[in-house]
Design a protein around this ligand. Sequence first.
Ligand code: SAM
Length: 278
Amino acid sequence: MAAAESLHRRTREGLAALGVRPRRRLGQSFLVDPRVVARIVAEANVAGRTVVEIGPGLGALSEALAEGAARLDLVEIETRLAERLREQFRGRPQVRVLAADALRVDYEALVGAGPRALVVANLPYSVGSQILLRLIEARAGFERLVVMLQREVAERLVARPGSKAYGTITLWTALYGRAELLFRVSPAAFVPRPKIESAVVSIALDVEPRVALADEQHFRTVVRAAFAQRRKMLRAALARLATPGEIEAAGIDPRRRGETLSIEEFARLSNELRRARH
Ligand code: SAM
């Protein structure tokens, strides 16, 4: 309890000292519950690893990560926070601070050659999904992501076919990753307190797609078309890409809705359409 009060107080004082008024646009909600911090760090298992933390803010996670990691790169968009972190980690050369937009970072250059790194982050809600997709793109440098997101987004990542939460982001994640929802986090764990709940997910990333694809761009085109009109049957939703006969040739009933197809079925459909048209 005392630890919780002190993290809470340090966060408020830290923000006031820097003159930073938390901005919703930057998803600035700072973790003040040390139990949540400890749980995220334990799940991430960073001992001896290279770790990238996105949006370190006032360093609630960073101190604990720096204790175990062999190297820690902090990527923070807000320059006042980045400067404060540089001050905080002065004299610890294994910690580097990059004042940058996580959507524009060259992760290959940041991580460099060598074993793939871990990402640990309490992502800003405002751009959480975009950053996540960018990290998946940079999977050559990352073996696993342990990230806190808005609960709805986290649920989309682990959704099953046929459920309301199942959608394009589920499939973009499943193409390279195995996502697992680790635990939920209440708004009370943050300052300022957000209106929404959060959840921590772990995503183990493969470099190659986890289903065999003849053409990844085509797979993405088929998935996008299927979800653009998710309540329609595939024969209508994919009318510009396939005839009902071609859908059937992939072993898929054209009267099904796209939202019921597994990633393996989308892959089979895309591969069959490519084969039929080339
Ligand atoms: N890690 C801290 C914590 O848990 O208390 C802060 C988390 S807060 C949800 C998100 C942080 O990401 C803020 O510090 C914000 O300034 C930063 N941020 C927002 N957009 C960003 C972006 N595009 N690139 C890098 N950092 C960003």
